[in-house]
Design a protein around this ligand. Structure first.
Ligand SMILES: [Zn+2]
Ligand SMILES: [Zn+2]
Length: 72
């Protein structure tokens, strides 16, 4: 038996975004008073902290799927 179901934690991608840029709070842009919009210098507008890519989902261990009959 190899019944599997998509991991509900990561949505089947196998990765979860744990780190978010603390400068722009993940928006990628910083609201400025004098200028319309400033791209966040910390993350370059991505909203993620540099060097902190998506982590492997702990529930499915990056597989994106979990055993459908796994015990809780
Ligand atoms: Zn940022
Ligand atoms: Zn997962």
């Amino acid at each position: 038996m190899s019944a599997v179901s998509a991991c509900c934690v990561c949505g089947g991608t196998g990765a979860v975004k744990t780190f978010t840029c603390g400068v722009c709070r993940g928006t990628g842009y910083i609201p400025e008073a004098n200028v319309p919009t400033v791209v966040c210098p910390e993350c370059g507008g991505k909203g993620d902290s540099q060097g902190n890519p998506d982590l492997s989902c702990l529930r499915c261990r990056g597989q994106g799927v979990v055993a459908a009959n796994s015990p809780r």
